[in-house]
Design a protein around this ligand. Structure first.
Ligand code: ARG
Length: 561
C-alpha cells in the first residue's frame, strides 16, 4: 500500500518537474493524516525553488483513487489522507490472493541459518538464549519471504573440554554419579578439573595437564577408550541440548559440529601454506590480513599442530558453499565475536570463497537487581541455566493464568521470555525483567498474545464470516487499524534486508494496542448484518497478522489466558 503510494507521488514529481526522486512516506501524528512526505523540501533544494510552492503543486496533482485528501503544512510537508474503505478493499483483495504478508521475494533463493551453536562443555545457560531466539526468527522470516532456508546447529564440540572431561571423570566422578546427574555431573566435573588444573599450574606441576593432552591425542588417533568416552559425554550433552531446544520449540535440519570439520580444516590449512597464503609464525600457522585492513593475522593452527576455531570455520565455509551454495549464511553469536568474524570474512575472500556470512551479533543479557540496578545476568551459583529459567517462566505463567491449561501456560511463558529479546535492537544489551516481561498491559509478549486470545473469543461466538464484497461500508471506525494492517507485508520485506527484528515486535504491540482501542469503541457481535460480518472478517485478518507475526518471532499463541 505504502509502496504503491510512494510510486504515485514520485510519478507526479516526474510529470511536474521532470525529476526522478525516490519518495519515502512516513507516518505522521494521527491528526495530520495517514502518510507524509518531505519530498518538496528535497526538490526545493535541488531545483532552487520555494518548497512550499512545490508542495502545493504536487498536492493539487495527487489524484489517486485511494487518496481522500492532501494538505500542505509548514515549510512544505505534504500530508496525505487515505480513504478508509479503499484501504479495506485493498486488504480484502490482498488477503484473497495469498496468505497476507507472504511473498515470493525469495523464490528460488537459498540461505543458511546457523543457530544456536552452543559450546558443549556446560549445560545450556541463559547465555545461549539470544542466539537461539534470534537465529530462529531469521529462519522463520526468510521462510515467510519465500526463501529456501537450511538450518544448521554448529555445535562447539571440539577441543580441550573432552580431555578435561575424561581426566576429571577418572579422578572426581563415577559411572553412578554420571548416570544419575548427567549433564549437571559433567558440568561439575568440568569445574572441578578446571580448578585442579589451575592449582597444579600454580604449584609448577603439569601432570594433569599432560593427561588432558594425552586423551585429546588418543581421541585424534581413534583410540577405542577415547572414542567410547567421547560418544558417551557427547550423547549426554546433546540429549540435554535437544531437550532444552525442544522446550524453546526450535530445531535445525543439520547439526554439524566443529569436530566434523577438523580434518578438512587441517587439509585446507596445508593447501594455504603451499600456496603461500598461510605463513609460519612462532611455530603456528597464520594468515596475515593487513591487505584487508586488519592488523591481527588469523591463526589456523597452533604450534602443537592442533586445529583452532578458525580452522573449523574455514572448512565450514567450504562445505556450505559446496553443499548448498547459499547467497547468505546467517550466524548468531554474542558481540565479543565481531572482530573474529571480520577476520573470518576477510580470510574467506582471500581464499576465494564468496563472502556470504552475515554475522548478526547481539548484546549481553542484563537483569535488574533487587535495588533496581542493571547487572550481568547470573544466579547465586553462577550462570543461570536455561532449564531453570524456563521453569521459573512457567511457574509465573501458571500463577498468572489460574485455571489455564498446560499448553497455554507454556505458550505464555515462551511469549514472555522470547518477546523480551525483541524489545530493543539486538545489538543493545537485553534487560531481563520478570515483571515487565509478563505485564499484559506493557510492551510484552503476553500483551500481544492476549490480543489474539480476545479475537479468538469473539470469533468463537460467531460463525465464520467470508463476505463476498465489503465495499458498501465506510470503514471509518476501522481506519487506524486498517492503516496499520496494510503495513505488514512491506515491513516483512524490509526486515528481510535489515534483520531488525525488534521492529516486528514493536509493530505487533502497536497493532495489539490499536485493537484494544477498537474493541472499546466498536461493537462487533451485536452489530447488524452486513456490518457485523465485515467486522468479523476484519478481526480475522488482524488475528492472522498477530499470529503470523508472533510465529515469526518464535512465539506460539495460547487458546485462552
Ligand atoms: N560455538 C560458538 C560459541 O558458542 C558459536 C559458533 C558460531 N558459528 C561459527 N560458525 N563460528 O561461541
Amino acid at each position: 500500500m505504502k509502496q504503491e503510494l510512494e510510486y504515485v507521488v514520485s510519478k507526479v514529481c516526474m510529470e511536474l518537474f521532470n525529476v526522478d526522486v525516490s519518495v519515502e512516506l512516513t507516518r505522521p501524528d494521527e491528526q495530520f493524516g495517514d502518510y507524509a512526505t518531505s519530498v518538496a523540501l528535497q526538490l526545493g533544494q535541488q531545483l532552487n525553488k520555494n518548497p512550499r510552492e512545490i508542495a502545493e503543486k504536487i498536492a493539487s496533482k495527487l489524484k489517486h483513487k485511494k487518496i481522500a485528501g492532501t494538505e500542505v503544512a509548514g515549510p512544505g510537508f505534504i500530508n496525505i489522507k487515505i480513504q478508509s474503505n479503499l484501504l479495506a478493499m485493498w486488504l480484502f483483495e490482498e488477503t484473497k490472493l495469498r496468505v497476507f504478508g507472504r511473498s515470493d521475494l525469495g523464490q528460488g533463493r537459498k540461505v543458511v541459518c546457523e543457530f544456536p551453536s552452543p559450546n558443549m562443555a556446560k549445560p545450556v545457560s541463559v547465555g545461549h538464549l539470544r542466539a537461539a531466539v534470534q537465529g530462529w526468527t531469521i529462519y522463520k522470516l526468510m521462510t515467510h519471504l519465500g526463501y529456501e532456508v537450511v538450518t544448521d546447529n554448529h555445535i562447539g564440540d571440539y577441543g580441550t573440554p573432552f580431555g578435561k572431561w575424561v581426566v576429571g571423570f577418572l579422578y572426581f566422578s563415577s559411572d553412578e554419579k554420571l548416570a544419575k546427574d548427567g549433564i549437571y555431573e559433567l558440568a561439575r566435573i568440568y569445574i572441578e578439573i578446571t580448578a585442579a588444573l589451575k592449582t597444579e599450574k600454580e604449584q609448577g606441576d603439569d601432570k594433569l595437564a599432560g593427561e588432558v593432552q594425552g586423551w585429546l591425542k588418543k581421541l585424534e588417533a581413534k583410540d577405542v577408550d577415547a572414542v567410547e568416552y567421547s560418544n558417551r559425554f557427547n550423547k549426554i550433552s546433546l540429549d540435554h541440548l535437544h531437550k532444552v531446544m525442544g522446550r524453546l520449540r526450535i530445531s535445525t535440519d543439520h547439526e554439524l559440529g566443529e569436530a566434523f570439520y577438523v580434518p578438512r580444516g587441517q587439509a585446507l590449512t596445508d593447501e594455504l601454506l603451499k600456496k603461500g597464503i598461510a605463513k609460519e609464525s612462532d611455530g603456528a600457522l597464520v594468515v596475515p590480513l593487513d591487505d584487508a585492513g586488519i592488523d591481527t593475522p588469523i591463526m589456523l593452527r597452533k604450534a602443537n599442530g592442533t586445529a583452532l576455531y578458525a580452522t573449523t570455520d574455514l572448512a565450514t565455509i567450504e562445505y556450505r558453499q559446496q553443499q548448498w551454495n547459499p547467497e547468505k549464511v546467517f550466524i548468531h553469536t554474542g558481540q565479543e565475536q565481531t572482530f573474529y568474524f571480520r577476520q573470518l570474512k576477510a580470510l574467506a575472500k582471500k581464499v576465494g570463497y564468496k563472502d556470504v556470512i552475515e554475522h548478526l551479533w547481539h548484546g549481553l543479557i542484563d537483569q535488574k537487581d533487587e535495588d533496581g540496578t542493571r547487572q550481568k545476568m547470573s544466579s547465586r551459583k553462577g550462570v543461570v541455566l536455561l532449564e531453570e529459567l524456563l521453569d521459573v517462566a512457567e511457574k509465573k505463567a501458571r500463577k498468572q493464568m489460574k485455571d489455564g491449561n498446560e499448553e497455554d501456560i507454556k505458550a505464555v511463558a515462551l511469549g514472555a521470555i522470547k518477546f523480551a529479546d525483541f524489545t530493543a535492537d539486538r545489538k543493545k544489551g537485553m534487560l531481563f525483567d520478570w515483571e515487565s516481561m509478563f505485564s499484559v498491559q506493557g510492551f510484552s509478549g503476553p500483551a500481544v498474545q492476549y490480543a489474539v486470545v480476545r479475537i479468538k473469543s469473539v470469533l468463537a461466538k460467531a460463525t465464520d464470516s467470508k463476505p463476498n464484497d465489503i465495499s458498501d461500508y465506510d470503514w471509518q471506525a476501522e481506519h487506524a487499524l486498517l492503516l496499520l494492517a496494510t503495513d505488514f507485508p512491506q515491513l516483512l520485506v524490509e526486515l528481510g534486508k535489515n534483520y531488525e527484528m525488534h521492529k516486528l515486535a514493536t509493530y505487533l504491540y502497536g497493532l495489539a494496542r490499536e485493537l484494544n482501542r477498537y474493541y472499546e469503541e466498536t461493537q462487533i457481535l451485536i452489530t447488524k448484518e452486513p456490518i457485523r460480518g465485515y467486522r468479523l472478517w476484519f478481526i480475522t485478518v488482524i488475528r492472522d497478522i498477530l499470529v503470523d507475526g508472533l510465529d515469526i518471532l518464535g512465539i506460539p499463541t495460547p487458546e485462552r489466558m
